[in-house]
Design a binder for this molecule. Structure first.
Ligand code: NAP
Length: 248
């Protein structure tokens, strides 16, 4: 279950092993997802029951939930479905970002709390999933610049500017973008991982206030690991080694 950099890296690692058949599952949210090795399926399963059916039909031996830390519904579904279908499951969840002496922010429990904290007159850069941005439409007196992966059919709300593209890993590029738009506040989620932290560092370098939404508080289920390498090790430990000829 993918949609993350880590899920792609894992697919690349595991597809190199001829004894394994790897299926990556994407929700289909982005128009041009990065190419993946192995089998790829796209679109929802139709809830827990649909996923149970898929796991049984495809005789899945292990479900790796490598979805985004804020994709809570699919993780709950993956947990329930794997249990119902009696399929082994492991969660790959990258650790959240931590503050350091150069990079500080204020954490908020949810979107509502962030919206309440934005002052009138701010120029806010929203680096959030597209499903989260419409809630900001009711904020008066604030200029919003919204970064979206794909050009939207229409802007999320009238009084905003959309910047299309993915976040850069280069702090200088993120700094240039924030400066170009005269940003005073950066709103983002504590997604963790290497991709995405450059914007936070860029904002801190420029003295821009960072409003960070904390990780959701849903219960993350064990077994849980933080790195691609750990999943590879888990597979090596959990499944007896088979010869290529054993495979279908
Ligand atoms: P979500 O709210 O947890 O899930 C909503 C529904 O989307 C699920 O019930 C499921 O539909 C379908 N779905 C989600 N992930 C899927 C997957 N990997 N394969 C097949 N169906 C999936 O999910 P979300 O937050 O919209 O995220 C969707 C996908 O984008 C995830 O794969 C996630 O890893 C990736 N992503 C999300 C974010 C984010 O900010 N949330 C950021 C980067 C990447 P059914 O119930 O019909 O099965």
């Amino acid at each position: 279950m993918g949609g993350t950099v880590e899920a792609r890296q894992l697919a690349e690692r595991l597809c190199a092993d001829p004894r394994l058949h790897i299926i990556s599952s994407l929700a289909g949210r982005t128009n041009q997802p990065a190419s993946l090795p192995g089998e790829v399926r796209v679109g929802g399963f139709g809830g827990i029951e649909g996923l149970v059916g898929f796991l049984r039909e495809r005789k899945i031996a292990l479900l790796v939930d490598a979805t985004h830390p804020f994709a809570t519904q699919i993780s709950e579904n993956a947990f329930e479905a794997a249990m119902n279908a009696e399929v082994d499951r492991i969660t790959l969840l990258r650790p959240p970002w931590r503050q350091n002496e150069n990079c500080r922010w204020k954490e908020f429990e949810n979107l509502e709390a962030v919206i309440g904290a934005l002052p009138r007159g701010a120029s806010a850069f929203l680096a959030l999933g597209s499903q989260y941005v419409s809630a900001f439409s009711r904020c008066g007196g604030i200029e919003f610049i919204i970064r979206m992966a794909d050009e939207p059919v229409k802007p999320p709300f009238a009084s905003c500017t959309v910047v299309t593209g993915l976040p850069s890993n280069e702090i200088e590029k993120e700094q240039a973008l924030l400066a170009e738009h005269g940003i005073t506040h950066l709103v983002c989620r504590n997604s963790g991982g290497n991709t995405g932290f450059a914007k936070v560092e860029a904002a801190c370098n420029l003295g821009i206030k960072v409003l960070m939404i904390s990780r959701p508080t849903y219960s993350v289920r064990e077994p849980l690991v933080e790195t691609v390498e750990s999943v590879v090790r888990f597979i090596g430990d959990a499944f007896p080694r088979r010869q290529p000829m054993d495979l279908p």
